[in-house]
Design a binder for this molecule. Structure first.
Ligand code: FAD
Length: 470
């Protein structure tokens, strides 16, 4: 079988690239190992985690009503875990079913098989699905490599116990354990901590680095760290290494080494969320001219071309940040380049969101990066305590800040912590992408009373005109 374009991997990078290439009039085949399109994002990442975080947030808000507004509900919530799981699975089903229809409508051929490169223009197909051609291989003019990433699980933690989970296991929501250890205080670990703690588990979080969300701006992390500590009843330990894991009497015994936490403890379940690794091993890339760097990512240029003229790479496999919207955008660039357009990807304004409560979001350059790289920026911060809407909602721990290039007055970065930060950051991403100056933000009339006003107010801080009611 021959297809002008083969997309290897059907996640948000792969299916976006395939659909857009088909829209450009190209003949496209997706090779996906799993029975459903959607990849990590739809099946075991963004979507199921956000469905469960929704439940966690509502539980927290009900508790907030009780604590601050005198609205009492009778007792603790009674959680039917089977119904929660079923509803989450239904959300996934709705979305993946929709993708199958979109593929059909565009006449994108989908082969359910594990693909391995035989050479730069041939992929062998492993599996027994009826979509696989008899000769079990497909040739192509161009391939878009979109094999994504999988959770990193160091051999020392891989003890063959189903009580030790990665993010996929945690999202399966087998039960609500009494006690759970989360190894890794990055965004996935903290999102899962929020879910399980609100569902009723006693959570402990350990992080090797000196702070949660290593790499994020400390002023954004601070309110979240405070909330997570409260949620985990102070069982959040940074600067702490997990030494070993062992299954003992239906629990996991864990040893800790660190100034903040030392010794050993037992947990009903352990979630290992210490990062993800790109899927490049075992793909037969050695049979092509594709170069892989020391971290396992495929090297490619800003048009997603690899060092093999027949192969492009997009999404998690093509480097940081490992985010679905970055994968999708790279998929679009790859499809347009294959269609003969001169598209390229400027990564200056990719937003990142941590969907905890409060949320953290940033776009463009961060304050931490500016300090590290010696980039001169002025930082204009506006505390949500001064926002009428934040006061009304009781979410005054938030903060919105712009990073401004003092020479040009252009906004080059934005950071937000607070409820709904993930929605608010879209305005900042647009402003940075368009090269807006701060006055463009302050000249824009924002609706009142909304949290979006804090973007305008932080801009006004730059000119000394912000209304400071705090
Ligand atoms: P993937 O989605 O990983 O898809 C790759 C596909 O390739 C898979 O379907 C796989 O089966 C297939 N494949 C691999 N090898 C082969 C092969 N040899 N043959 C055939 N098929 C193959 N990102 C966000 O932007 N926002 C979020 O809120 C967010 N939350 C997340 C929460 C969790 C718990 C996790 C784990 C991830 C989250 N992410 C989030 C990250 C996001 O899921 C990834 O960045 C995104 O899925 C990457 O897309 P991709 O297309 O590059 O790869």
């Amino acid at each position: 079988m021959h297809s002008s374009v083969v997309v290897l991997g059907g996640g948000p990078g792969g299916y976006a690239a395939a659909f857009l290439a088909a829209d450009e009039g190209l003949e496209v085949t997706i090779v996906e190992a799993e029975p459903r399109l959607g990849g990590t994002c739809l099946l075991r990442g963004c979507i199921p985690s956000k469905a469960l975080l929704h439940v966690a947030k509502v539980i927290h808000e009900v508790e907030d009503l009780r604590a601050h507004w005198g609205v009492e509900y009778a007792g603790k919530p009674n959680i039917d875990i089977d119904k929660v799981r079923a509803q989450k699975d239904q959300v996934i089903k709705n979305l993946t079913g929709g993708l199958g229809n979109l593929a059909k409508r565009r006449k994108v051929n989908v082969i359910q098989a594990r693909g391995t490169f035989v050479n730069s223009t041939t992929i062998s197909l492993e599996g027994d699905h009826k979509s696989i051609p008899d000769d079990k291989q497909i040739t192509f003019d161009h391939c878009i490599l979109a094999t994504g990433s999988v959770p990193a699980m160091p051999p020392a933690f891989d003890i063959g116990s189903d009580r030790v989970m990665d993010s996929t296991g945690a999202l399966n929501l087998v039960d609500i354990p009494d006690t759970m250890l989360i190894v890794g205080g990055g965004y996935i670990g903290l999102e899962m901590a929020s879910v399980y703690a609100n569902l009723g588990s006693q959570i402990t979080v350990v992080e090797l680095a000196p702070s949660l969300l290593p790499g994020a701006d400390p002023d954004l992390v601070k309110p979240l760290a405070k909330r997570i500590k409260k949620l985990c009843e102070d069982r959040v330990f940074t600067n702490t290494k997990v030494g070993s894991l062992a299954e003992v009497n239906h629990q996991i015994e864990v040893t800790f080494e660190g100034p903040e936490h030392y010794g050993h403890e037992r947990y009903d379940r352990v979630l290992v969320s210490i990062g993800r690794r790109p899927v490049t091993r075992g793909l037969g890339l050695e049979n092509t001219a594709v170069k892989v760097n020391e971290r396992g990512f495929v090297e490619c240029d800003d048009q997603q071309r690899t060092s093999d003229p027949h192969i492009m790479a997009i999404g998690d496999v093509a480097g940081d940040p490992m985010l679905a919207h970055k994968a999708t955008h790279e998929g679009r660039v790859a499809a347009e380049v294959l269609a003969g357009k001169s598209s390229n990807f400027d990564k200056k304004a990719i937003p990142a969101v941590v969907f905890t409560d409060p949320e953290i979001a940033w776009a463009g350059i961060t304050e931490t990066e500016a300090k590290r790289d010696g980039v001169n920026v002025s930082v204009e911060s506006y505390p949500w305590a001064a926002s009428g809407r934040a006061q009304a909602l009781g979410i005054t721990e938030g903060l919105t800040k712009w990073l401004v290039d003092p020479e040009s007055g252009r906004v080059v970065g934005c950071g937000i912590v607070g409820s709904g930060a993930g929605e608010l950051i879209a305005e900042a991403a647009l402003a940075i992408e368009m090269g807006c100056e701060v006055h463009d933000i302050t000249d824009t009339v924002h609706p009142h009373p909304t949290l979006s006003e804090t973007l305008m107010n932080a801009g006004e801080v730059h000119f000394g005109t912000a209304t400071e009611i705090f």
